[in-house]
Each structure stands twice: as structure tokens, then as C-alpha cells.
Design a binder for this molecule. Sequence first.
Ligand SMILES: Nc1ncnc2c1ncn2[C@@H]1O[C@H](COP(=O)(O)OP(=O)(O)OP(=O)(O)O)[C@@H](O)[C@H]1O
Length: 300
Amino acid sequence: MSGSLALPEQSEDVRARFARIKAREEILQVRGLVKRVPSGSGERTILGGIDLVTHRREFLCVVGPSGCGKSTLIRTIAGLEEAQGGDILVTGRPVHGPGPDRAMVFQGYTLFPWLSVLRNVMFGLEMAGLPKAEADRQARQWLTLVGLEPYADAYPAQLSGGMKQRVAIARALAIQPRILLMDEPFSALDARTRARMQAYLVDIWRKIDVTILFITHDLDEAVLLADRILVLKANPGEVVELMEVPALRPPGGRSLDDPALEATLARLESLIHAHEQAGAEDDEPAPPVVKLDSVGHGVD
Ligand SMILES: Nc1ncnc2c1ncn2[C@@H]1O[C@H](COP(=O)(O)OP(=O)(O)OP(=O)(O)O)[C@@H](O)[C@H]1O
């Protein structure tokens, strides 16, 4: 990419890991995805032909400037919005609406406040036709996985923000989706809780067979979590780059002090900045800033 900082060369171990990922089954195929919405008397293109393939048990983050279509992309993959062009296939089957092969976790807490934690997790299982006793057993297993089995009888209002999101993750995973779609799931949490949730999520993901698509505004979060990072630009939303994060996952989790992650972050910032600049040139010019006579020179 012209003008953008390069990523460091991948180590043997990292290369081998990506080779293993790519040898796995393709779980999600997005081909030429186009999303248009009515705008004034015409139409506006939100997604201008997105191509993407993710492999089984991959962790993919999606980043890009505000309004580049991240949520639209993930909602269309979830089957909550229709596309105007292109195809989405999950394990080879075309997506024409929501299905149990995909589950979603949103930023806001979407638990049913009138149901206990256990009943929230049981909900999807019962909807899928499981007898109550079996739904109860499985829901408890998922709560154990997210460390919240002791809170099975609590109600959402009694839980902290991080705990609510853990229940939301347990509820989403309980139906055993092939893909977990996460739209800024931790952005309402404070920094410490967020860091803990990132660690939890990686831990859970390693234990089960699920592919994760995770939208975030936070580039630090993306480099700490992802195998690959899909970088989008806005107007229309298009793929700038699908970046392989050149780092493994050490037992204690990744650290932003890792030079490979520092370089990844620098490249992400430069790519996003370059496209924001390009987008800004199309916008109206900013009004000139008038300097007040009473203000002296130098702000530093
Ligand atoms: N149904 C719709 N009708 C009109 N405009 C829409 C519709 N859905 C999305 N948009 C517009 O499409 C653009 C992309 O929206 P989207 O929420 O997908 O972006 P995003 O990258 O997730 O943004 P953010 O990071 O701010 O959450 C925005 O300008 C939004 O206003």
C-alpha cells in the first residue's frame, strides 16, 4: 500500500499458524456484497462490493472510520438486512435471513430483563425445540464457560455491565452457531472491564468451535484480539486491506508492547488516516478559523 507503513515479516510460527487457518474449511464467503439505501430522490451505496472469506475458528476484526458500513456488513451477514447485490454463504449455504448458524452480540445489553440469567440463556435453546430439562442443563454449561453459573438465578439488573455481556455471549453461543457476530460488544464498558472481557472472549473462543467476526472502533482491541483485521473505508464502504496480524497468542495474552503489534497498529492508523483524508477532500471545506486579537502567539 503506497505511503502506509509496512508490517514486519511474519515469523516461521506465525506463517505456519496462518497456513493452518487457511487450510481449514471456509465458514463464511462474502462475494461482491452491495448494500444501497434510499437517499433523497436517489440511492446511496453503503457497501460497494465487499469480498471476504473467513475460515473455521478464525477471529476476524472489522475496523474503519465511522459510517464505513461495519454494522451494515455484520447485520447483512446476520440476515437482519437485505443486500442489493452479491452473495453471502455460510458453510456453503446462501444466507436469506437470520438462522441458527449465526448469532449476534450487540453493544447494548439485549438480555430480557424479566428473565433470570439462566432463563435468558435457555431462551434460544427452548426456541430451538429442546425440552426444558435439557435446555436447563446446556444453559448451565454455557454459564459455567463464561464463569457465571453462580448467578444463574440472578436477574440482569443485578449484574454489572461486563457480566451482562458475558450472559449475552453465553446466550449467543448456546445455540452453537458457526459464526459469532459481535458489534462493538465491549465499547460501553470501562477500560478495565473491557480488558478483562477481551481476555475472557479469547479464552472462550479457544475452547469452542466458532468463527468470530468482531466490529470495533478501537484499534488496540483489534490487534489484541484478531487473527486478521478487515480494514474498511467509507463512501462507499469498501475493503482497504485484509491484514494478517503477525503475532501469536502467548499464554498470558497479547501485549501492545510487542513490536509486531506496535507495527500493526501503526499501519492500521496510517491506512485509516489516509482514507479519512481522501474522504475529507470530498467534503465541504472547513470554514476559516479567525484568530482573535486578544489571543497571543503559541499554544505550547
Ligand atoms: N437503513 C439505512 N438507511 C439509511 N442510511 C443508512 C441505513 N443503514 C445505514 N445507513 C448509513 O450507512 C452508513 C454506514 O452505517 P453503519 O452503521 O453500517 O456504519 P458503521 O461503520 O458501523 O458506523 P459507526 O462506526 O459509526 O457505528 C451510515 O452513514 C449510516 O447512516
